[in-house]
Design a protein around this ligand. Structure first.
Ligand code: ZN
Length: 327
């Protein structure tokens, strides 16, 4: 560039700056007829979040939310309401209303696409059932899913297996924990699970023919193994994912409120079917992920539902992950 051109550019900049200043002055003198106040648009949430785990890609997807009363007595029902309210307030949360998230996890190993839990399915509640649409938003087609792993048989985990009478993931083999499948197959459930049993029979049992039933430590695909998490449901499984030395536990419903169930893992959770076993599994897995610094994808953790667990004076503490996987 020649000296002449530089100086002419400088002159233009000075002229433009003067012009812009006059335009601002002029606009200030005119009535703002075309500039209406922006409308309120309501809450907007992120709903797809992908990160790397070694050479795998992990996508967490917000199937939906349920806003309602709580967390007490669903969480900490064996404690005085005031005690649970105080814990929530101390963590900056409202004591009597609760935003519950449903977050399935999709793992791409590079060879296989493995979906953990299917969300609520369409129609169960107005604010959930978005998984299959968001899988497309995330860049995949439901037909590409090779394996659907069901951590346990509760409606928010199996509800999206079918749409009407059609499988949502038509090419997927389905994996159940052997003990979990046997529990529903036997059909001896408490009163509160009778409707759930009907749903399991209707939409999960038809997949038995092409299903794999795993024992703890059983392999889903290379790099992904089942972990005993019995209790919340009698045969619930968590899954350990490892790639290039990086580790993640997809823990299903081991802990379902990021403050109450993690800071006070001994407190009762209303959804736990076998209370003592659920507490024992919760404490064993919390201790493992805290001690070994294993990342967690938690189905009911706040979206994007990936974080770490640290030991604290009373129990543990949920620490959301940030950028550590993206580097
Ligand atoms: Zn659940």
């Amino acid at each position: 560039m020649s000296d002449t051109r530089i100086s002419s550019t400088r002159r233009d900049v000075i002229k433009l700056a003067g012009g812009a200043a006059s335009a601002v002055a002029l606009a200030g003198a005119l009535p703002l007829t075309a500039h209406a106040a922006a409308p309120m648009l309501g809450v907007m949430r992120p709903s797809v979040y992908r990160f790397k785990l070694g050479s795998f890609e992990i996508t967490n997807i917000l199937d939906g939310v349920r806003v309602g009363p709580g967390p007490h007595p669903t969480f900490g029902g064996d404690q005085a309401a005031d005690t649970v309210h105080a814990l929530l307030r101390a963590n900056g949360l409202p004591p009597t209303s609760f935003d519950h998230h449903f977050v399935p996890t999709l793992v791409n190993t590079g060879k296989q696409l493995v979906l953990f839990d299917t969300g609520n399915g369409k129609g169960r509640m107005a604010t959930a059932g978005n998984l299959s649409d968001l899988i497309v938003t995330a860049g995949y087609k439901p037909e590409q899913i090779d394996v659907v792993v069901i951590t346990h048989g509760h409606p928010d985990h199996i509800g999206g297996l079918v749409q009407g009478d059609k499988p949502v993931y038509p090419n997927a083999r389905v994996v159940f924990g052997e003990a979990e499948y046997a529990f529903w197959d036997k059909g001896e459930v408490r009163e509160a699970r009778k409707g759930n049993l009907g749903l399991f029979k209707k939409i999960a049992m038809p997949f038995r023919e092409k299903a794999t039933l795993l024992k703890p430590d059983g392999e889903v695909v290379p790099g992904i193994r089942a972990v005993n998490a019995f209790g919340h449901s009698p045969g619930m499984m968590a899954y350990h994912v490892e790639s290039d030395g990086q580790r993640l536990i997809i823990w299903g419903d081991v802990a379902n409120h990021y403050v109450v169930a993690i800071q006070q893992p001994d407190w009762a959770t209303g959804f736990d079917d076998v209370k003592d076993a659920a507490i024992a599994s919760r404490k064993r897995i919390l201790d493992m992920v805290a001690t070994d610094k294993i990342a967690v994808a938690g189905f009911h953790m706040p979206f994007p539902a990936v974080g770490f667990v640290e030991k604290s004076s009373t129990g543990y503490r949920w620490v959301p992950a940030t950028y550590q996987f993206n580097l």
